[in-house]
Ligand binder design. Structure first.
Ligand code: FAD
Length: 367
């Protein structure tokens, strides 16, 4: 039921507008309250007023949103797995009461600001600093590649306080905070990605996330995010497979549907194998998460596997559409571009494999 509800919303309300947003590099902000109404923001989180659906159903939500567009799923992932999760897990009661209902309803937007221009895979090197100042903290620094940055009512900003990474809730219109959209993106075009600059931003005491101390706190949020991305990548692959199948059955060359050619069928068979393997892996990850057994390494395994299979699958789909595969009249070109961001953001493919490598061998190859 969850899958079908999201699929209907995406087909009727999102797909008709996404092409134009991708071309103009904008996000359809009017869909945000609808996502809230449908219970799709933080849908697997449990607590007063939160949807609390199971993790496989949540995965299907991510899958279906990404069958629409990777930017739509990214918005929901950041809002739920990174922002609401951070507040729910590390926040005070007052922070939870103030922000969770608004974020869940889609009447407020959140962003998660960890990456800096010079510190992506290695966030521990971050330069953003907080110092004690009066009844709170003064923040200085800048964050790069922040999804929903310029439309966010609240930013979860990670900064070093006395050398230790801490999380701060920085509210929109706080003096000294500015957001600049990155307009040059060739991937994730129907998504807002911004640079956040903080110059002497005064944050009151009560906006420090009291339970987040050290890099493990943002990394814990990323584990949740990676689980959602892994399901989303499956949705993108499914959307491309379906478009490629329909196209190849319809399109004729040499007086026959191209789907009747052996080499075309070979690609379709490989695509369905990638999708099926991803589905099986993700259902198992969902079961582990329900049992409280999903580790960082599991989430990295899932993200690395399904985003790499997605990247392969969407490239084959694009290939099967020939010249039309790069035309905006079809969806595969958009997914082809977005697959590059999926593969690299919230930890690149290599970083996920290094996390997995550490779990397998006991040796850390990256610290
Ligand atoms: P780098 O870290 O510079 O990596 C470049 C290359 O070097 C990669 O291939 C990488 O795998 C490789 N590499 C680096 N270290 C190693 C190593 N030890 N061993 C082997 N290879 C290595 N961040 C946020 O905080 N919030 C967001 O909302 C957010 N949204 C994003 C949205 C988009 C569209 C994009 C593109 C990025 C977003 N990011 C966000 C940032 C994203 O998480 C980073 O881009 C990502 O973690 C990679 O960092 P980097 O781009 O600095 O690449």
């Amino acid at each position: 039921m969850t899958r079908d509800t999201v699929r209907k919303f995406v087909a009727n309300e999102f797909l008709p507008v996404v092409g134009e947003h991708f071309r103009t590099g904008t996000f359809p902000v009017s869909c945000i309250p609808r996502l809230g109404e449908l219970g799709l923001l933080g849908s697997n989180l449990s607590g007063p007023g939160l949807p609390g659906i199971n993790n496989v159903a949540y995965g299907l939500v991510m899958q279906e949103l990404e069958r629409g567009d990777s930017g739509l799923r990214s918005f929901a992932s950041v809002q739920g797995s990174l922002v609401m999760y951070a507040i729910l897990t590390f926040g005070s009661e007052a922070q939870k009461q103030k922000w969770l209902p608004l974020l869940c309803a889609g009447t407020a937007v959140g962003c998660f600001a960890l990456t800096e221009a010079d510190h992506g895979s290695d966030p521990d090197g971050m330069k953003t600093k907080a110092v004690r100042h009066g009844q709170g903290y003064l923040l200085n620094g800048s964050k790069m590649w922040i999804t929903s940055g310029s439309i966010a009512d609240v930013a979860v900003v990670w900064a070093k306080l006395d050398g230790v990474i801490r999380g701060f809730l920085v509210e929109k219109r706080t003096a000294g905070l500015s957001a600049h959209d990155i307009k040059s993106k060739l991937s994730m075009r129907a998504s807002i990605t911004s640079e956040l600059v903080m110059e002497d931003v005064q944050v009151p005491d009560e906006n420090l996330l009291p339970k987040a101390e050290g890099l493990k706190a943002p990394l814990h949020c990323l584990t949740q995010g990676r689980y959602g991305i892994a399901w989303g990548a499956l949705g993108a692959a499914m959307a491309c497979f379906e478009e490629a199948l329909a196209y190849t059955c319809e399109r004729k060359q040499f007086r026959k549907p191209i789907a009747s050619f052996q080499m075309v069928q070979d690609l379709l068979a490989r695509m369905i194998a990638n999708i099926t393997a991803s589905q099986c892996l993700l259902v198992r990850m969902g079961q582990l998460q329900a049992e409280g057994k999903l580790t960082d390494a599991h989430a990295s395994l899932a993200k690395a596997f399904t985003t790499s299979k997605c990247r392969e699958t969407v490239a084959w789909a694009r290939e099967l559409l020939g010249g039309n595969g790069i035309a905006a009249d079809y969806n595969v070109g958009r997914f082809f571009a977005d697959a590059e961001a999926l593969y690299s953001y919230e930890g690149t493919f290599q970083i996920q494999n290094l996390i997995l490598g550490k779990a397998i061998t006991g040796f850390s190859a990256f610290v």
